[in-house]
Design a binder for this molecule. Structure first.
Ligand code: CP
Length: 299
């Protein structure tokens, strides 16, 4: 691995290596040393978890960061191109973590830069470090990634995390249920990729009948900021709301995950249930991002 741009580029061996590494970092068996290393955190779109967990991950290993949150205070405001911005920042740092609103921006960066590029989310396309922390969370709670039954619920078209996670799990014989409003279904190209790999998936509207079968329920918010017409968002914003009563009859190993931020799709009284795993999931992002950075800098 030279860059981490898309989960399509990450094979089963890489995934298992990163999970093993994250586990060893978390247990204290190894502590990668980032002293003297400088990472640029270029966030053209807002972020809480991804930004702060990368910053934490790097600094706790002795490294340091240069941060850009929003392009307002940079020369992008004066019309500088993304290529020139990246080529300039490259002169100062050892690796780049970038979130950008345009699909393919991280791929573009990886093609013009000779230092590792980590995609922290590109538009509606990919969020591979989120997928890796999701896999680590699934592994920690289920003891395996193999043969699990997973429902992905919410905005499956515009939410990038589910694209990356569906691709990431595709080599582990999952059974997927996809539940979304009709215009926010999982994109055709992802479904084609799953079909080509023989992955079982079913699109459902009503989630109640499938809940007793699930190992993991992965809920996502409706991506309001990506709707051109606000009324279209209003029509679908309450399509799926997870409440405690919906989670009666779940399996004992069941876990409820969400990449966060949440709006209203999981009510806050679910937070205290034993199944709620979204805050520990966010915490898992630190060690997984440490494992990713260590791997990219040493490969
Ligand atoms: N899960 C995630 O990407 O959250 P942020 O947008 O807060 O980084």
């Amino acid at each position: 691995m030279k860059h981490l741009v898309s989960m399509r580029d990450v094979g089963k061996e890489d995934i298992l290596h990163l999970i093993d590494l994250a586990e060893r970092i978390e247990s204290g068996k190894i502590r990668p040393d980032l002293s003297g290393k400088l990472g640029a955190l270029l966030f053209f779109e807002p972020s809480t978890r991804t930004y702060f967990s990368f910053d934490t991950a790097i600094k706790r290993l002795g490294g340091n960061t240069l941060a850009m949150t929003g392009s307002g205070s940079t020369s992008v405001k004066k019309g500088e191109t993304l290529a020139d911005t990246l080529m300039t920042i490259r002169q100062y740092v050892d690796f780049i973590v970038m979130r950008h609103q345009i699909e393919g921006a991280a791929r573009f960066a990886s093609e013009i830069l000779d230092i590792p590029v980590i995609n922290a989310g590109d538009g509606t396309n990919q969020h591979p470090t989120q997928a890796m922390l999701d896999l680590y969370s699934i592994y920690k709670t289920q003891g395996t990634l193999e043969n699990l039954t997973i429902a992905m619920i919410g905005d499956l078209r515009l939410g990038r995390t589910v694209h990356s996670l569906a691709q990431a799990l595709s080599d582990f014989n999952p059974t997927f249920y996809f539940a979304s409003p009709r215009h926010l279904q999982m994109p055709r190209y992802i479904k084609d990729e799953l079909q080509a790999k023989g992955v079982q998936f079913k699109e459902v509207e009503d989630i109640k009948p499938i809940i007793p079968q699930l190992d993991i329920m992965y809920v996502t918010r409706i991506q309001k900021e990506r709707f051109a017409v606000l009324e279209d968002y209003e029509k679908v914003k309450d399509a799926y709301i997870i409440t405690p009563d919906i989670l009666e009859n779940v399996k004992s190993n069941f876990k409820l995950m969400h990449p966060l931020p949440r709006v209203n799709e999981i009510t806050t009284d679910v937070d205290r249930m034993e199944y709620a795993y979204y805050f520990p999931q966010a915490k898992n992002g630190v060690v997984m991002r440490q494992a990713i950075i260590h791997t990219l800098l040493n490969d």
